[in-house]
Ligand binder design. Structure first.
Ligand SMILES: Cc1cc2nc3c(=O)[nH]c(=O)nc-3n(C[C@H](O)[C@H](O)[C@H](O)COP(=O)(O)OP(=O)(O)OC[C@H]3O[C@@H](n4cnc5c(N)ncnc54)[C@H](O)[C@@H]3O)c2cc1C
Length: 416
């Protein structure tokens, strides 16, 4: 008898899992369910679409034929409302049920809305889906003034879209810099200058107390907690994600700002797995629970989960150093590992557009941010993977060209 695999979510995690199940078990029944109206597309590239720099076609990754050729059932526009782990079945908004032997939850997150008056007014955009990108592009092409809220990795995409679309943007930030959890003021200044270069003005120690709307209910300004008013009939809000776990209420699946899984992507409930942005996974490098929000990590988690869902397969472990790059400006930007965690750090500025910061935990390198020069990234990722104790070698690590052999001599590998 064939095994029935049900996957909720057709993002990169769910889709990669479907592919790896099919490769490992040609006879398995595989069903992928998504509440979006289109099959897997490249979520990273939707910002280039919104900038007006790419047409729709290259953003799509899988046409419906991709699923047909692999005998995978794809259910579009279908929202899962409940998981019954005792009965081994799930329920959808249309009242349909699907039975499973193995279930994967790969439902990612949904952008959080600001908890302020008029946060859902016309003209206020959140950015996660291709449809969001279409709405943003259409609106951006006809507006002149925008407000951006949320000093993180998605906020800067909205800033870059404004820049590319020739809109004057005001970027409201709560602290004194962009991405304050991973960058010092020195590093962030490089990004602030680049924003100003594309016509987006950062405003610090600010935020949104409420939005003002016109008589038609369309946004016309944001007012910050000090009463300052910033005009704009376009607002982009990127203040973080709410993880899509509401349909798990009533099941025994452990959640904690996401779904808790081990390094094999298995939840606390037998036959139920999770993968992608949604997971609070056991990170075998950090030796603690962690969460990634990056394409490559979600893809790998999906592949690992899919492989482990196939009966009698040898268990695969998720062990990964995540990266996230930004290519909006004249210089590259890359964050790797866990740049917002750690108990120590070091940094250096090399030129007006070159900067490096490294973070350490328990004497080991765990993450960092590189601006301008990414050439050393593979050395740093190797040191992280091998869990080398290098925190007392900061001078060597901050050299423009890191002597990795010298480091390996003085800091023996703890793992691999
Ligand atoms: C604009 C933008 C730019 C980005 N840029 C980068 C980048 O440069 N580099 C990088 O590494 N990462 C980037 N990311 C992040 C990256 O895209 C995500 O980490 C990745 O897509 C996560 O994949 P996932 O499969 O875990 O979740 P998702 O891609 O979020 O997929 C989850 C799917 O599940 C569906 N779903 C949710 N709930 C239900 C339900 N109840 N029933 C049915 N379906 C449901 C959702 O609609 C969605 O289709 C970016 C993201 C965005 C939005």
């Amino acid at each position: 008898m064939s095994t029935s695999h049900v996957i909720i979510g057709d993002g990169i995690a769910g889709s990669s899992a479907a592919e790896s199940i099919r490769e490992a078990d040609p006879d398995a029944d595989v069903t992928v369910i998504t509440d979006e109206g289109e099959a897997l597309y490249n979520r990273i590239l939707i910002k280039e679409f919104a900038k007006g720099k790419l047409p729709e076609a290259p953003i799509s990754i899988h046409e419906p034929e991709w699923y047909e050729e692999r005998d995978i059932d794809l259910e579009l526009n279908t929202h899962v409302t409940e998981v019954d782990t005792d009965a081994h079945e799930i329920h959808t908004h249309e009242g349909d049920s699907y039975e499973y032997d193995k279930l994967l939850v790969a439902t990612g997150g949904t952008p959080a809305q600001l908890p302020v008056d008029n946060a859902d007014a016309d003209g206020i955009h959140h950015f996660w889906t291709f449809q969001d990108a279409r709405n943003i592009r259409e609106h951006a092409e006809e507006t002149d003034d925008a407000i951006i809220v949320g000093a993180g990795l998605l906020g800067i995409d909205l800033a870059a879209i404004c820049g590319a679309q020739g809109i004057d943007g005001t970027f409201l930030m709560r602290g004194n810099r962009w991405w304050r959890y991973a960058l010092s003021l020195d590093g962030a200044e490089i990004i602030h200058d680049a924003m100003r270069g594309v016509g987006v003005e950062p405003v610090f120690e600010s935020g949104v107390d409420h939005f003002k709307v016109d008589d038609d209910g369309h946004v016309e300004a944001a007012v910050d907690p000090d009463g300052n008013r910033y005009d704009g009939d376009f607002a982009g809000v990127a203040i973080g994600l709410d993880f899509n776990t509401e349909f798990l209420a009533g099941s025994d699946i452990e959640t904690d700002d996401g779904i808790v899984v081990d390094e094999y992507m298995q939840t606390n409930v037998e036959d139920v797995y999770a993968a992608g942005d949604i997971t609070q996974f056991y990170d075998t490098i950090l030796d603690e629970r962690a969460q990634n929000g990056a394409w490559g990590s979600a893809k790998e988690q999906g592949s690992v989960a899919g492989a482990n869902m196939v009966a009698d397969a040898e268990e695969e472990e998720f062990r990964w150093v995540s990266t996230y790059s930004i290519t909006h400006f004249d210089f590259p930007f890359l964050s790797f590992g866990h740049p917002t965690l750690g108990d120590e750090d070091c940094e250096r500025k090399y030129s007006d557009t070159e900067w490096r910061r490294l973070t350490f935990k328990d004497g080991k390198l765990i993450g960092g941010v590189l601006i301008g020069d990414l050439s050393q990234q593979s050395k740093f990722k190797k040191l992280i993977r091998e869990e080398r104790e290098v925190a007392d070698k900061k001078e060597l690590l901050l050299e423009e060209d890191v002597d990795i052999e010298r480091l390996e001599e003085v800091a023996p590998a703890q793992a691999e």
